[in-house]
Design a protein around this ligand. Structure first.
Ligand code: SF4
Length: 226
């Protein structure tokens, strides 16, 4: 299990998407002022941590991905995405509990708009953490003539959230700073776990990685990838 240091960034574009703005920033003056004020405090509230491990894939079949050591993930979309992969990168990332404590405090003080903004910032920060991780790994593996698939997380697409238990079984919980609850939700809440595949690129004209969103009918999915 390896740690990676990543400083997440929180872009207005991503925030506005969570506020229902479809990526158009266009905040009102009062909202902009609150966003700026929350941003100023953000650095002191984020405690980013990311741990990952790379495992060999034993077998990819219809609806499953088996990795060395006996763990088998069950998801049709995941198996389609990883069908050319011979390794799988598993990760757990968090921005910690300080931001969560602050959100709870703001809610208790009935400062709901600030709590909502900070909650959105926490979501953007942890998503940015794993996106940076994926991009860094993509660049590193490209130098070894390997390509990466898209990222997948338990609870999205057709991969049941209960498969979190298998994913967390690959990690020691203490160093990751993330605890898996009986409900299969993570604590701290602003955490993301997931996987992506690694495969040898035959040439630089290899087709783009399989994207299940292209033929998915779930139009309200916030994780849709274009
Ligand atoms: S839109 Fe994409 S991420 Fe969302 S459920 Fe469908 S395949 Fe999964």
């Amino acid at each position: 299990m390896e740690p990676m240091v990543i400083n997440p960034s929180v872009e207005g574009y991503e925030l506005s998407r969570l506020f229902g703005g479809a990526g158009r920033q266009g905040f009102s003056c009062s909202l902009s002022a609150k966003v700026e004020s929350c941003k100023e405090r953000l650095d002191t509230l984020l405690e980013p941590r990311l741990h990952y491990r790379i495992e060999k894939i034993d077998n990819v079949g219809r609806g499953f991905v088996s990795i060395e050591g006996g763990t088998t993930f069950k998801s049709s979309k995941l198996s389609q995405a990883l069908k050319r992969s011979d390794e799988i990168v598993c990760f757990v990332a968090t921005v910690g509990s300080a931001i969560e404590d602050k959100i709870v405090g703001l809610m208790a003080a009935k400062r709901l708009s600030e709590a909502y903004i900070l909650d959105a910032m926490g979501s953007v920060a942890v998503e940015n953490t794993v996106e940076q991780f994926h991009q860094r790994k993509e660049a590193k593996f490209a130098a070894e003539s390997k390509s990466t698939t898209l990222r997948f997380s338990p609870g999205y697409c057709d991969w049941p959230v209960t498969e979190q238990k298998k994913l967390f079984g690959l990690f020691d919980s203490e160093p990751t700073g993330v605890e898996l609850l009986d409900s299969c939700l993570m604590q701290p809440r602003k955490s993301i776990s997931g996987v992506f595949g690694l495969f040898h690129a035959v040439n630089s004209h290899a087709p783009p990685p399989y994207n299940p969103c292209q033929d998915c009918k779930k139009t309200d999915c916030i994780a849709r990838r274009t």
